[in-house]
Design a protein around this ligand. Structure first.
Ligand code: ATR
Length: 276
């Protein structure tokens, strides 16, 4: 029998660091297995998922444009259903199950990069109201704590998320960001601002409390203007690469039966590839 394998399903074929991450863990844990990229058209996703076992797959990651459709083709857990998208699939007996590991990727990265982040008093401020924002909101709500301001350029999308996630989420205008910053202990950017080719996020981290933590989900570039400004002020930060590494842990554990560690060695390996 061929060793167990997992794959990343996308269309067009995803350019991804996931194979580097999972192959590194397979190698360091001494597990015979594989992780491949599979290009699958949206109209072929259902049949591809049915054929996963026949193709030798014990599970899969799904990415653009399949994350929402995958949730309709598998049994989603609470996280996947709350986020409205799945990124990790595995078999439980004969049943195909789905979760969204962006939630634990975000929270796990904060725990590793800024231990105690959830004990400071103050509000959280989340910027953006897309899929990434839903994963962040769900993670913050799961961990308990205080109020979460949610600012989005298009205010209606923030209102809709507040409606969905409940009273702890407080939608605010994009123009009101500066007003809430002095009371914010955790600032999270889930927008594309600061990404390569996009304008930077125009935020004055100088008015944040001295013990505030700043997280940016953007991973290209790794050192976004937001994170650089936060570090220059001596604030703790959590970057997009950390989240990418931490979100991969859950899938690997489900597929290959061991919980891998996010090490500096792995980080350096992926960082070198990002720099190419
Ligand atoms: P994802 O699913 O990755 O979160 P998305 O749904 O495309 O991606 O969301 C992108 C986020 O970046 C949105 O919150 C978007 O704001 P809008 O809802 O108003 O579109 C935000 N964004 C993108 N460009 C922006 C800009 N120039 N200024 C402010 N916000 C921006």
């Amino acid at each position: 029998m061929a060793p167990p394998a997992a794959c990343l399903i996308g269309w067009p074929a995803a350019h991804s660091r996931s194979p580097i991450i999972h192959k590194h863990w397979l190698k360091t844990l001494g597990i015979a297995g594989d992780y491949r990229i599979e290009a699958v058209k949206p109209e072929m996703l259902a049949s591809f998922l049915r054929e996963l076992p026949a193709r030798g797959y014990v599970g899969a990651n799904v990415t653009m444009p399949h994350k929402e459709q995958a949730l309709t083709l598998a049994q989603g857990d609470t996280r996947a259903r709350a986020v409205g998208a799945a990124n990790t699939l595995w078999f439980d007996g004969g049943v195909l199950r789905a979760t969204n590991t962006d939630v634990e990727g975000f929270v796990g990265n904060l725990d590793a990069s800024a231990p105690g982040w959830d004990h400071a008093s103050g509000d959280a401020l989340v910027l953006g109201a897309g899929g990434a924002s839903r994963a962040v909101l769900f993670g913050l709500l799961e961990r308990g704590g205080g109020r979460i301001h949610l600012a989005n350029r298009t205010r209606e999308r923030a209102d809709a998320l507040a409606e969905k996630f409940g009273a702890r989420v407080n939608p605010i205008d994009w123009g009101a960001i500066a007003r809430v910053l002095p009371g914010v202990k955790l600032l999270v950017n889930t927008t594309s601002l600061g990404m390569k080719g996009q304008p930077p996020l125009d935020i004055d981290v100088g008015v944040l409390p001295a013990d505030a933590v700043v997280a940016d989900l953007v991973s290209v570039p790794l050192h976004t203007p937001l994170l650089s400004a936060a570090r220059a002020r001596g604030l703790k930060t959590a970057d997009g690469l950390g989240m990418l590494l931490h979100q991969a842990v859950g899938g690997f554990a489900l597929w290959f039966g061991q919980r891998p560690a996010v090490t500096t060695e792995l980080r350096a390996l992926v960082e070198a590839d990002l720099a190419k």
